[in-house]
Design a protein. Sequence first.
Length: 422
Amino acid sequence: MPDHSATAGTPSLIARLPSLLIAAALLLGANGLAMTVIAVRGRANGLSDATIGLFGSAYYAGFILGVLLTPILIRRVGHIRVFGALAAISAISVLALMLTPAGFGWAVLRLISGMAFCGTAMVLESWLNTLASNSERGRILSIYRIVDLGAVTGGQFLLPAFGGSGAEIIIVIALLFCAALVPVSLSREDNPPTPANTRINYLAVWRISPVAVVGCLTIGLTNGAFRTVGPVYAEGVGLDADGLALLISLWVIAGAIFQFPLGWASDRMDRRYVLLLSTIGAGLACLFLSGASDPLVIYAGSFLFGGFALPLYSLSAAHANDHAGKGQYVELAAGLTMFFALGAMVGPLLASLVMDRFGPGAFFAYTAAMHLALVGYVLVRLIRHPAVPRDQRKRFVWLLRTSPMIFRLARDTRKGARKTKR
């Protein structure tokens, strides 16, 4: 891969990063806020939990469409035009909520939003992937994670500032999506190379690592559900807008904090033991939350749930990479992203049906059951299959679930790390 580090006449990495990172922060913050606001407005309009769950399922169906369609669009018109079109579509789909009666029309708009956000994330991550030499990719990935953490958590607190039911919060989200167009449109960066057309052999992905596939499906069924219908649970147990913002933020922050010790441990022992520990911790946190009513207890439970549940995606991907052969990483990355999205497409609707029937506390009974099923499957695999030798394991990397392109950046980060060690 060519080295894109600064040379004579080429801007330094520090000069080239800000425009893309500002755009990423605006997109991530707007999208994270929109996911929360949709559920809050659905409740305010008297929609059932099941209908709100359908919005979450539609969003992840759109995410799958984005994975499939964005490379085709990029090959036709290039990265910058695709980014501009999809960022504009994101803003339009949010503003259209105010003109569309609450119900099925909102599900269509959420499907469009999911497709558009996935596409814009793929464009930005393509740029980040080609921006610097292998030795710099670890730094870029770390900065990108910090941007994601800050944007998503900070964006949540715009909800209590503007309220969830009026037009102001919708306008703010649309403004953020539109503002993301400015730094990209004015950037001096050239289009990165057009992504290759990757066909996913799902059976091959399963054969590489059944544990990773089942793990990603479970994460979609649980974390995907929490992210889209968690606000319904929060309102059901009496949290106000400030409490809801704090609940989501604690969940995200804890996930970032716990990545480091769990990742460190997984590099030094059979990764499946760490995956098992993290899944058990997430399940116990869910059981703790299923009967909680005091706000402080709910916040503590959300912190523990996020801490153990969010690293499961990175742990699953790292375990799959340990088993992958040369040339399989890109297909594996896209496959695991799709398995997560398939789980997330089902999870919100399934969880909302459970809440509709048994009340808000049943949401975490549902997620606990999903984690318990994953525990059982990992135990079976532990008994039947030996561990990957330590010297054959890849280094753990904390991954985001924004698009399959983040896997390429992480893969090249590992490659650069190995070259540095030599």
